[in-house]
Design a protein around this ligand. Structure first.
Ligand code: AMP
Ligand code: GLY
Length: 426
């Protein structure tokens, strides 16, 4: 079986790495991939943009690729699924309609309200005055979100009314997020601890992946602006068996049923970003129509089942015959970024130490291969991931290995996994 992975990040590198382990898979293509994928002789890196559906489907036809798996939200929201399906090509991806669960926060909030799926109180606005008045009525802290896609960065948790007003003005008048900010969602702050809950769905059936937790903020202690994610680990201890059951009963099933009731057949990965309160009650902070990045990296390290087999089963609507098995070990990923990210950052620095005898797995993101050099080519550059019996041990392995991997302007958080490590210490 030949597989195409669409995307360029650490998530796609980890998916491609996992596909290579399948006895059924003979070839793995990644478009456009990154430097780490280009440097790996077992993977075929192809220079095609994720939004160039014609070129991607032509590649699939030319190479007789059996299954395409899409990583990032951009092509999903833009309708890659319909493009492939019109050509009779198997593509594991939700339709553009289904991908609105990520592409439009107001669509998702209204959908959750219709189907009584637990989430924070909210309203959507295009008028500044109305948004400010509603923010005041909710009390502090209050959360202001740009409606469209903003790469995980269009959210402000305002601690003061001034901050809330400024965020509303930036988004609606200041055009800070462009089209994505032409509408804002103002919502109540949910207290608790976050976790990522990812399933693979084929309409009405689904398989649950191992839980995970990511660190979105740029600085230690979860401080500073949000990023795409600076590190993640799996499992998330906050999601006990009982909590997991509640998530399935109160969130995943009503979501898939609600979509079907609205004639939307959801096939693909569905990621629920959750807030779990003190009583173990889960609420949805956001949905993503894809796998998480960097959550994919530790989850794939723990996955023992054949990923190609389950992805094909999802496309063929036979997930009832499948299961997912995960190692009992914990896995932890630390993302190495280029200084300045999530703002402006430098590119071009040569990365050294990747050939050292590391105990971690390396998944590349913003890298490119030039001659024999791997160079920085993005904000999140790569991630190191280790598995161990405890999160603390996995964390120790990754941080030790990170002493060897170096480039100019390198930045990473020093505390990835701190909540889980503190729990293990009890
Ligand atoms: P989102 O892009 O909607 O996932 O939001 C980004 C981050 O903002 C989340 O991961 C949370 O840390 C925080 N956040 C968003 N909405 C809320 C909320 N209603 N209550 C508390 N924190 C929130
Ligand atoms: N790590 C968060 C995300 O993938 O959206």
């Amino acid at each position: 079986m030949k597989i195409l992975v669409v995307g360029a990040g650490g998530r796609e590198h980890a998916l491609a790495w996992k596909f290579l382990q399948s006895a059924k898979v003979t070839d793995v293509f990644v478009a456009p991939g990154n430097g780490g994928i280009a440097a790996d002789s077992r993977l075929n890196q192809i220079d095609i943009d994720v939004m160039d559906f014609d070129a991607l489907s032509q590649l699939v036809l030319d190479q007789a690729i059996d299954l395409t798996v899409v990583g990032p939200e951009g092509p999903l929201v833009a309708g890659i699924q319909a493009h492939f399906s019109a050509k009779g090509l198997a593509c594991l991806a939700p339709s553009a309609e289904a991908a609105q669960l990520e592409g439009s926060k107001s669509f998702t909030k209204e959908f959750m309200q219709r189907h009584r799926i637990p989430t924070a109180a909210f309203q959507a606005f295009t008028e500044i005055n109305e948004a400010e008045a509603y923010a005041r009525s909710l009390g502090l802290p209050v959360v202001i979100k740009a409606d469209g896609l903003a790469a995980g960065k269009g959210v402000v948790v305002a601690q003061t009314i001034e901050e809330a007003d400024a965020a509303i003005n930036d988004m609606l008048a200041g055009n800070v997020y462009g089209e994505a900010g032409s509408k804002v969602v103002v919502e109540a702050f949910l207290p608790g601890e976050e976790a990522s809950f990812i399933v693979l769905a084929d309409g009405d059936q689904y398989l649950v992946f191992a839980t995970s937790q990511d660190h979105k903020a740029i600085f230690d202690g979860d401080q500073g602006p949000n990023t795409g994610g600076m590190g993640a680990y799996s499992p998330a201890p906050i999601v006990t068996k009982a909590v997991s059951q509640r998530v399935c009963d109160e969130i995943i099933e009503p979501t898939l049923k609600g979509l079907l009731a609205e004639q939307i057949h959801y096939t693909g990965f569905l990621y629920a970003g959750l807030m779990i309160n003190d009583e173990g009650a889960p609420s949805v902070v956001e949905f993503n129509c894809r796998f998480g990045d960097p959550e994919t990296q530790p989850i794939m390290m723990r996955l023992q089942s054949d990923l190609a087999e389950v992805c094909l089963a999802a496309v063929e609507h036979r997930l009832d015959q499948q299961s997912l098995v995960f190692s009992d070990e914990a896995a932890l990923a630390v993302v190495v970024a280029s200084q300045g990210y999530p703002g402006d950052y430098a590119t071009g620095a040569v990365i050294s130490g990747l050939d050292a005898a590391l105990h971690s797995q390396i998944f590349h993101a913003g890298t490119k291969l030039e001659e024999d050099d791997l160079k920085v080519n993005g904000g999140r550059v790569l991630a190191l991931v280790a598995c161990a019996p405890t999160v603390a041990k996995a964390q120790a392995i990754v941080y030790q290995d990170l002493e060897r991997v170096q480039f100019e302007g390198q930045y990473y958080r020093r505390d990835i996994g701190y909540r889980a490590v503190a729990r293990e210490g009890i």
